[in-house]
Design a protein around this ligand. Sequence first.
Ligand code: SF4
Length: 446
Amino acid sequence: MALSGLDIYKLLPKTNCKECGKPTCLAFAMALAQKKAELSQCPHVSDQAKEALGAASAPPIRLVTIGEGENKLEIGNETVLFRHEATFFHPTGLAVTLSDSLDGTALARRIEAVKALRFDRVGRSVRVEMLFVRNDSGDAGKFLAAAKAAAGSGLLVILASEDPAAMEKAARESGAKKPLLYAATPANANGMAAVAKATGCPVVAKAPPDKLVDLTAALNAAGIKDIVLDPEFRRLDECLWAQTQIRRLALRRTFRPLGYPVIAFTSSTDPARAALQAAVLMAKYAAIVVLEAVEPWACLPLITWRLNVYTDPQKPIQVEPKLYEVGAVSPDSPVLVTTNFSLTYFTVEGEVEASRVPSYIVVVNTDGTSVLTAWAAEKFTADSIAKAVRESGVESRVRKKRLVIPGGVAVLSGKLEEALPGWKICVGPREAVGIPSYLKNVWPSL
Ligand code: SF4
C-alpha cells in the first residue's frame, strides 16, 4: 500500500534543513510520495524510518540492469504513463534473435550482421544492443557454444532456454556479463530462480497475465528481485493491452507484483511489418523488444523512433551554439546560419557535407528549437543572429562577407543587413535538401 505525503512526513526528522534540495521536510515528503524524489536524498532519515519508508520510496517499476560497466542496459524505473507528463527515462533495448541451431558460419554471419546495426543519428552513436540466444536445438552444448559466440561479440546477451541446467551452464560458462535469463515459468520457477540467485542475473517471469502475479511472488519469495515480465502475448493488440494494464497497475496503484519492466516480441516475419510492430511495442511500453529482422533498413527507422520516444519533450536535443567547420574550410568558404536544435543542425550539416563545398555554419542558441519555431518565438531574430555571427569570430576568417540564411526566414534579411554592417545577407533554400545545389550553383556567383 502506498504511503501518503503526510504519512511519510511523520517519519522524517522535521528539521527543514534543506539538504535534500527541498525547502521543507513536508515538501520532500510530498515529492517522495509522488516518486519525484528518492529517500537517499535525505541524509538524516533514521534506520527505523528507512525500513518503514523503504516500500513507499521504491520506484513503482523496478530498475533492472543487464550487462555490466559501460556496456550495460538499464530498463524500467519509469514514472509516467504519458511522455508529456515528464519523460520516459530508459530507452527500450533492442534484441535480435540468434538460434543455437545455426551452424558455426551462419552463427558468425548473423552476429556480424547484428553488430553492424550501429548508426550515427543527430550526433549520437546508436545501435541494436542485444542478442537473444535461443536454445532451439534443445542441446545444452550447442546452447553454450552459441552463448559464448554471442558473449564474444561485445553485445549484451539474453539467454533463452526453459531448461535450468542448460541455462546455468550457459550463464556461468559463456562469459556473458550479467545476461538476462529467459525465462522462469510456472513449470520451472524453482529451478530458474535457483540459477538466477546463484549467478546474480536478472530473470524473465513468463506466464499468461492471470498467472504472472503468482510467478513474480514465487520469484520474490526465492529472493529474486530483478525481474522482467513476459505476459506471453504475441498478437500486437494483445501485447498493447497487457503492457498498458501492467504499466497502469504499477504506476497508478503501485501494484508491486507487476512493478517490473516488460519484454515483448515481434511476430511478423516480414522485416518492415516487424519494425512497425516493434515501434508500437516501444511506444507502449516495452522495455525490451526482440526482433527476427536484421536488415539495416528496417532497424534504422526503429532506432530513430526510439530516440524520439525517449527524448525529454521538455528539453529538445541541442548542439552547442558556436561556429562549426564542415570540410577543409578556407577564406572563400560560404557561411551559413542555423539554430541549435540537433535535428536542424545535423540536417544542415549533412547537406553541406553532401555538397562537398567546405563551409562554416554559425549556430545560434535558440534553446533547441527549429528555425521557424525559433523565429516565431523571437529566438531567431536579426539581433540574435548578428550577435552569434560576431561572437563566432567568423568575420576574420572569410574574405567574402556573405551570410546565407534559411529561406524560411527571408523576411529577416533587411534587418540583418542593418545589424551586421559590411555583410551581404543571402537568402538560402527553404529546405535543407536544397543546400547542395545552392552551394554549387548559386554561391559562386554571389
Ligand atoms: S534533508 Fe531530510 S531533514 Fe533535511 S529538509 Fe530534507 S527531508 Fe527534512
